[in-house]
Ligand binder design. Sequence first.
Ligand code: HEM
Length: 344
Amino acid sequence: MGIQFKPTETFRGDFSYSNSDEAVLRFPFPFAEDKYMYSVNMEPHVRKGPCPVFEHAFDVDEHYIAECHERALVLESDPKRCQVLPHMMAAQWDTLELIMESLATDYPEHFSLTRDGDNWHWINRPLNTDQRFVFGDPSTLPREPFEYITRQAQGDFTIQDQRDHNLYVDGGMVTCQADWSLEFDIGMSFHEWHGPVPLAHDIGVFDRALQYLLRLQYGQPVRRLNWTMTVNPRMDTSPENYPDWGPDKLTVTPENVDRKVHLRVELQTLFRLPRSNGILFGIRCYLISLQDLERVTKWSKRLGRVLATLPPELVEYKGIARYRDMVVSRLAAVDDGAPLSLGI
Ligand code: HEM
């Protein structure tokens, strides 16, 4: 059976976004231990692992149509959320090929790709799209290839050029980010765009991660999980829109904290691209309310312990200082303190 999409749910205004029971159970809970600290937590992006969202190269779920609509809304008001520098055209086509091939292979009931030499035929049934085009000829698509395909995918994407033993973020589609700006970062190198992250530079995380990525092989993608918290199920928490969502933090009370506060997990995937030798970085965002998370007792105990012991620098950087203690008190009330056998 195909995915049961929820096309009308929203990530703004009335925030009608919600997770079905199935979506709660497949949520990529990110904590393997009671404490959290940055590390080079990368592993091969193989089609197995503790969580169903790892089963496909690009996970598609019930929020697919609604997230594509949300992306279109953001781009309408701020077209600069998608930018690609001119020398990245080969990486644009690489990205289009990778996403189209993966979706058509992994979800044949929803997507299809037929290739006859350079004449390609793409069908996206959930979004009602039927497009014939010539691979390599941008004039045969309604938009540039990177924007065309990432408008039809969940999560943000950036493309990195590799040169001078470094990576440069030379393109991206960034509409559902956790408080960073493509407009600000575009063209930066690996350590430059990670500049604001606390502690991780000092313990060598970014030195090691860069060395690992410079050696990333075609056909052997890797993944990692990252996390933060967001008030309301809001996808677009960008610096550009801070006035829209920053004040939401002041609305959290002990009475509504379980409905307002969401754990935001990013499944980040990295793929070497074949023609350009660039790297595609996918940042797939999953949101779950505290209320839903509490349905899995070991998750709520683990999250409470992680938040209670989170280094102050990370509390500040992740922007959760306003309501962290409220979440901790709530989760501590149901924690018996027994050891948890919960990995990821
Ligand atoms: C945060 C981009 C790969 C670790 C960030 C931020 C950006 C970013 C824009 C936010 C910085 C800010 O506050 O302005 C990217 C891109 C990558 C990449 C484009 C693709 C090559 C990695 C890898 C690691 C990593 C491989 C592995 C260790 C982190 C960490 C943070 C971070 C620990 C802080 C996250 C938090 O506390 O919420 N990254 N990153 N990144 N990145 Fe990366």
